[in-house]
Design a protein around this ligand. Structure first.
Ligand code: KMH
Ligand code: ZN
Length: 302
């Protein structure tokens, strides 16, 4: 079995500061947690930025540039910058930091969809910052926009323009077919890094049948021209990525996807989740890929 690439999604744009005191917000916190996650064994670091004053997701490239060089200097990990950004961001805003930093890898979301953050609203009596409740409430009426034209623009400007490769975010088997369409048109080049995502309200649910179905369809569409990875939201994170790894997938952990490291127990850092999945891998004889091995497996520009 091929070695497992562990990606770690450090902070994202879904969770808010009230939900966990361990969610990294400032550039110092994001850099420190990313470096610690890499030291723990993550070979890919998926990064979003936040306004250092209130923790709100921001597309500002100047904020990204306060932590990206530090991470580059201190680790050999692959930097993967979001192009999904966060609620309310335009495609130009979502592309600003990736175009500035020209990373080896970026996320690329393969379809438009509802994205259910609002169930979290009911879980908190009060929030540290007014934007948090507004952000969750606004998600009831938000369409996570990723039209064919948007996808093409990202492939053109980042892929062709910068040699950046992509973590293709697939929330449904429909998104695998969209990716196959772009493969047919030769707008993407194998090996494709396909991230199957489960448990987001608006996307495919976290049922094991769906995991195996996603693999079956990806095998059918891409043969051996893809590297598969699995992530799942909230309480589904660890069980689902373990099932994925047993079935030959790479995995993604991180506080973007789940704030927890056990039932009702907040993860104190991203690195804790990396160590947790490694402790599950060990008795299963699953070995992890170094950043150099991950670069080779994904055929990155380096
Ligand atoms: N938030 C995740 C479900 C992105 O940043 O482009 C997927 C993600 C999207 O990481
Ligand atoms: Zn993300």
């Amino acid at each position: 079995m091929s070695k497992v690439i562990i990606s770690c999604a450090i902070t994202g744009a879904v969770h808010t500061p009230t939900m966990s005191p361990h969610l990294p917000i400032t550039p110092d916190q994001i850099a420190a947690q990313a470096i610690e996650a890499a030291e723990a064994g993550a070979s890919v670091l998926h990064l979003h930025a936040r306004d250092p004053d209130n923790g709100m997701p921001t597309p500002d490239p100047n904020v990204f540039m306060q932590f990206l060089p530090r991470i580059k200097q201190s680790t050999n990990a692959i930097v993967n910058i979001t192009t999904g950004g966060g609620q309310g961001m335009s495609i130009d805003e979502r592309l600003a930091a990736p175009l500035r930093a020209s990373p080896e890898l970026c996320s690329l979301n393969m379809g438009s969809m509802n994205f259910g953050m609002y169930p979290m609203l009911g879980k908190y009596k009060s929030f540290q910052h007014p934007w948090e409740a507004e952000h969750l409430e606004a998600s009831r009426d938000w369409i996570f926009r990723n039209t064919f034209k948007d996808i093409e623009a990202i492939l053109e400007r980042l892929g062709k323009g910068h040699g950046t490769k992509f973590e293709f975010e697939c929330y449904d088997t429909a998104h695998l077919y969209t990716l196959a369409h772009f493969l047919d048109r030769k707008l993407v080049t194998p090996p494709l890094f396909v991230q199957s995502i489960f448990g987001i309200l608006g996307g495919t649910g976290a049922d094991s049948e769906n995991l195996l179905h996603a693999k079956r369809i990806a095998d059918k569409l891409f043969g051996n021209e893809y590297r598969w990875s699995v992530m799942a939201a909230g309480k589904h994170q660890m069980p689902f990525i373990t099932m994925g790894a047993i079935n030959g997938a790479n995995v993604r952990v991180g506080l973007e996807d789940s704030l927890f490291a056990g039932k009702g127990r907040l993860a104190t850092s991203n690195a804790e989740q990396v160590r947790l999945i490694r402790s599950i891998f060990e008795p299963l004889s699953l070995e992890i890929a170094t950043p150099a091995e991950a670069r080779e497996l994904l055929a990155l520009k380096g």
